[in-house]
Design a binder for this molecule. Structure first.
Ligand code: NI
Length: 220
């Protein structure tokens, strides 16, 4: 399941992040790519030891960890590294699959949190491949796209302006994407049922099924 989640960061957060990012030290992004992806990666990343970048990432991490829709869609167990990336004109990240293990976590879900206004740059779509074809994403600032780390994906060349984004990975409590999707839909249905009809016999059965499936599949 690929899902777009709105307003993970407020517009005030985004504005502050983008202003601070102008003073952050950026390095060649190839340093954090796996050996096969290194040849197709051409972007810049905030230096991990830059204190301004650290402060931005710490705040972004808190927003990600507390977001209710992200929690339902990904069932995060542990978040892995977060990277601030910048693509100027001519930069891109060719077709690749993310490393399976990163910073001590198994990458089950990948995400891109867009920071730059889409009108401020051309190109730079995140393109995700699936059996049904390709899907491109270029979201409003503060919005996030979450997708299975098992997919081939790329970032199209930026032809004008600057594309700023935060990318990251997480290990889910539910390893299989199909199971995460089923739980997300069942969880959504039981919450709607509760909102519309309150707690009743039907809700209790759906609620029981949801909890017992999660119990069956959850890794601790
Ligand atoms: Ni990637």
């Amino acid at each position: 399941m690929i899902i777009c989640i709105g307003e993970v960061l407020s517009s005030a957060d985004v504005e502050e992040f983008c202003a601070r990012l102008e003073q952050v030290r950026f390095l060649d992004g190839r340093t954090t790519a796996g050996w096969a992806a290194r040849g197709v990666k051409d972007n810049a990343q905030a230096a991990a030891d830059d204190p301004l970048a650290e402060a931005i990432l710490a705040r972004a991490r808190r927003r990600l960890e507390s977001h209710p829709v992200l929690a339902m869609a990904a069932r995060p167990h542990r978040f892995g590294p977060l990277l601030l990336s910048r693509y100027g004109p001519g930069m891109s990240y060719g077709r690749h699959v993310d490393d399976a293990i990163m910073g001590g976590i198994r990458s089950d879900c990948s995400f891109t949190l867009f920071l730059a206004d889409p009108a401020a740059y051309e190109g730079g779509e995140l393109v995700i491949e699936s059996a049904a074809g390709e899907q491109g994403f270029k979201l409003a600032p503060g919005h996030l796209v979450l997708y299975p780390s098992t997919t081939l994906h790329r970032v199209e060349p930026v032809t004008r302006g600057i594309r700023l984004a935060l990318v990251g990975w997480l290990q889910s409590r539910v390893r299989e994407a199909e199971r995460r999707e089923l739980l997300f839909e069942l969880d959504t249905a039981r919450r709607r049922l509760f909102d519309e009809r309150g707690k009743g016999e039907v809700f209790d059965l759906v609620d029981k099924s949801f909890r017992n499936l999660l119990r069956m599949w959850a890794e601790l």
